[in-house]
Design a binder for this molecule. Structure first.
Ligand SMILES: Nc1ncnc2c1ncn2[C@@H]1O[C@H](COP(=O)(O)OP(=O)(O)OP(=O)(O)O)[C@@H](O)[C@H]1O
Length: 564
C-alpha cells in the first residue's frame, strides 16, 4: 500500500496539481458562506427585515456562481494531471510486454491502467472537494460562532481519522477475501471435475474435506470484511451524526449564551449540508475507488520488466530475410502467413499490399520481432528478429502514439540525445514544420486529445525519422495524411538511409517502392508494379480498386487545425 500511495503522491508533484489546488480556492467561498448566509437570512426574516434576508440569499447564489467557475477550471486541470500518470503506466505495461513477448498482457494490463486512471482521477476530485469543504466550513463556523465549531469539529475529525485508520485494515481484508474466493473456486473446480471418480470410489468424505476448508476460510474472510464494514459505519456515526446530536443537545445552552436561532440553524446547515455529505463521500470513495486503486496499481507495478537480456543483438546490416515463415495466432488457428520466403536488402524500399485482414500487420509484427514465427524464421542482418535490440528497428502503426509532454520530448523519445538541429532537420524532412509551429514550438506542451489523427501521425513519423533505427516499418502510418503530405513523408524515409517497409493503403505508396509484396492468402507475389500487373491477378484487382480513388482527387484527410 505504501508503494501505491507514494506513486500517487509522486504523480501529484507537478504544476498541474498546483493549478488544480489554486482553482479550488474559489469553491471555498460558497462553502464558507452558506451557513453564515442561512443564519443571517433567518435572523433577518425573524426580525421582519425580509429584503435583508433576501439580499443574503442572493449573495449566497452569487458566491455559488463564483465557485462553479472554479469547478469548471478544475476539470480541465484534472485531465492534465491524470494523463501523464496514464502515459507512464502504459509505457511500463508496453515495455514489459515487449520484453516478455506476452502481447495478450498488454490488453489485460491496459484495462487495469484505465481503472487506475479513473480511480485516481475520482480520488483526486473527492479528496479535493473534501478539503475544500473542510476549509470552507471551518472558516464559516469560526466567523459565525467559534463555540459551535468547538462542538462540531472535534467529533467530526475523530470520525474521519478513525475511518482512515480502518482503511489499511479494509485493504488487507479485501485482498484476503479475493484470495479465499480464488482458493475456493480452485478447490471446487477440482472436486467438480472428479465428481464421477468420487462417486464410484465412495470418496465423498474426502471431497467434503477438500472443499470444506476453503469454504470455511471464505466464510471467515467474508465475516472479517463485514466487521470492517461495521467499523466504518461506526466511524461515520462518530464523524457524521455525533456533531449533529451534540449541537442539538447543546442548543438550549448556546441560546442561553446569546447565540441566535439563525446562528444555530447556520451551524446545523454546516453539519448537514457540508460536513456530513463530505465525510460520507470521502469514506465511500476511499473505501471503493481507493481500494480498487491500491489493488489494481499494485498488480501493474509488480509486473516488472525482466532484465533486457533477450533483445541485445545488434546486427551489422538491416537486411530482412524470412524463410519458411509461418505464423498462426494460436495452436489450433489457421496460419495467417504460411511458408513465406522474402529478402529485403539493406537500403531497399518494399511496399506490402493485400486485402484487409490478409496478414500485413502480422508480417510487420514478425519482422520487428514483436511476434515470433510458429515455423521458419525472420532474420534481421542475420540475427533472429525477436533478439535484435529495440533501437535497431522502429514500427509505426496506424494509431500513432503521442503523449502529454513537450513537442521536443515527443520527437526525441527514441533518440533523447538528439541536437536541436537534428530534430529540426527531421521536422523539415517529414513536413511537420507547420504543425510544430501551430502547437507553439519545440518546448510547447502537446495535448494529445487536441490533435487530429493526421497530426498525431506526423509527430510519430518525425520521431521514427529521428530514431537511430536502421529498419523502419510504416504500417499504414500515413493513412490520415492527404496524398501530398503522405508523399513528402514517405520520400523522406526513402532517402533517409536504411531499409524501409511500407504497408501501403494507396497505389501511390506502392508505386514509390522498389519492390512490392502482394499478400494473397497462402500465396504471395513479389515484383515491381509493372511485373505484378501481368503476374498477379490480385494486384490487378487491387489496382482496379485503388485507381479511381487516386485519379479523382480525394478530400484531404489531414489538415492543419487553425490555432485556437
Ligand atoms: N491478436 C490476434 N489474435 C488473433 N487473430 C488476430 C490477431 N491479430 C490479427 N488477427 C487476425 O489475423 C488476420 C490478419 O490480421 P492483420 O491485422 O495482420 O491483417 P491486415 O492485412 O494487416 O489487415 P488490415 O489491412 O485490415 O489492417 C486477421 O484475420 C485478423 O483477424
Amino acid at each position: 500500500m505504501k508503494r501505491e500511495l507514494s506513486y500517487g503522491i509522486a504523480a501529484l508533484k507537478n504544476r498541474s496539481a498546483l493549478k488544480l489546488a489554486l482553482w479550488s480556492v474559489p469553491e471555498i467561498l460558497p462553502t464558507a458562506v452558506y451557513g453564515v448566509a442561512v443564519a443571517k437570512a433567518t435572523d433577518s426574516f425573524l426580525a421582519g427585515h425580509a429584503w435583508q434576508g433576501i439580499a443574503w440569499l442572493v449573495g449566497l447564489v452569487a458566491t455559488a456562481c463564483l465557485g462553479a467557475a472554479g469547478s469548471h477550471q478544475v476539470y480541465g486541470r484534472l485531465g492534465e494531471l491524470v494523463e501523464p500518470l496514464r502515459d507512464d503506466l502504459v509505457r511500463r505495461v508496453v515495455g514489459s510486454a515487449l520484453h516478455t513477448g506476452d502481447t495478450a498482457a498488454v490488453a489485460r494490463l491496459n484495462r487495469q491502467v484505465e481503472i487506475v486512471r479513473d480511480t485516481f482521477a475520482g480520488l483526486v476530485l473527492v479528496v479535493r472537494s473534501f478539503a475544500v469543504t473542510l476549509v470552507g466550513v471551518l472558516a464559516g463556523l469560526l466567523s459565525l460562532a467559534p463555540a459551535i465549531a468547538g462542538f462540531v469539529v472535534p467529533p467530526f475529525l475523530l470520525g474521519f481519522l478513525a475511518s482512515l485508520a480502518v482503511l489499511g485494515l479494509a485493504a488487507d481484508r479485501v485482498r484476503a477475501s479475493l484470495q479465499a474466493d480464488e482458493d475456493l473456486a480452485a478447490a471446487a473446480g477440482m472436486t467438480f471435475s472428479g465428481v464421477r471418480d468420487i462417486t464410484s470410489t465412495g470418496s465423498e468424505e474426502f471431497a467434503e474435506h477438500l472443499t470444506g476448508r476453503p469454504i470455511e476460510a471464505q466464510a471467515n474472510a467474508e465475516r472479517a470484511l463485514a466487521r470492517v464494514a461495521a467499523l466504518r459505519t461506526l466511524c461515520f456515526a462518530v464523524g457524521g451524526w455525533a456533531p449533529l446530536l451534540i449541537l442539538l443537545a447543546a442548543g438550549p445552552w448556546l441560546v442561553g449564551r446569546g447565540i441566535s436561532t439563525g446562528t444555530l440553524l447556520g451551524g446545523l446547515t454546516y453539519v448537514l449540508v457540508g460536513l456530513q455529505p463530505a465525510l460520507s463521500t470521502v469514506m465511500g470513495a476511499l473505501g471503493d475507488s481507493g481500494l480498487r486503486y491500491v489493488v489494481t496499481l499494485g498488480r501493474i507495478l509488480s509486473v516488472q520488466a525482466p532484465a533486457a537480456t533477450r533483445r541485445t543483438a545488434t546486427p551489422l546490416t538491416c537486411e530482412v530475410h524470412t524463410s519458411g515463415l509461418t505464423f498462426a495466432y494460436g495452436p489450433a488457428a489457421e496460419p495467417v502467413i504460411e511458408d513465406l520466403d522474402l529478402v529485403v536488402a539493406e537500403g531497399e524500399h518494399l511496399a506490402v499490399v493485400g486485402p484487409s485482414g490478409i496478414g500485413k500487420s502480422t508480417l510487420a509484427g514478425l519482422i520487428c520481432g514483436m511476434l515470433q514465427p510458429t515455423e521458419g524464421q525472420v532474420l534481421l542482418g542475420g540475427v533472429p528478429a525477436h533478439t535484435v535490440s529495440a533501437d535497431t528497428r522502429v514500427l509505426i502503426p496506424q494509431e500513432a502514439y503521442v503523449f502529454s509532454a513537450t513537442v521536443m520530448e515527443n520527437l526525441n523519445y527514441l533518440l533523447p540525445d538528439a541536437t536541436s538541429s537534428e530534430v529540426q532537420q527531421a521536422i523539415d524532412a517529414v513536413g511537420a514544420g507547420a504543425l510544430v509551429d501551430r502547437i507553439g514550438g519545440l518546448q510547447a506542451e502537446v495535448r494529445p486529445n487536441e490533435l487530429s489523427a493526421g497530426e498525431r501521425q506526423l509527430i510519430a513519423l518525425t520521431r521514427a525519422y529521428l530514431s537511430p533505427a536502421a529498419l523502419v516499418v510504416l504500417d499504414e502510418a500515413t493513412c490520415f495524411l492527404d496524398p501530398e503530405a503522405e508523399r513528402r513523408a514517405e520520400e523522406a524515409f526513402a532517402t533517409r538511409g536504411g531499409t524501409l517497409i511500407v504497408i501501403a493503403h494507396r497505389i501511390t505508396s506502392a508505386l514509390r517502392a522498389q519492390k512490392i509484396l502482394v499478400m494473397d492468402g497462402n500465396r504471395a507475389a513479389l515484383g515491381t508494379h509493372t511485373s505484378l500487373l501481368t503476374t498477379s491477378p490480385l494486384y490487378q484487382e487491387l489496382q482496379g480498386h485503388w485507381h479511381p480513388a487516386e485519379t479523382v482527387p480525394a478530400p484531404p484527410r489531414f489538415q492543419i487545425q487553425p490555432a485556437s
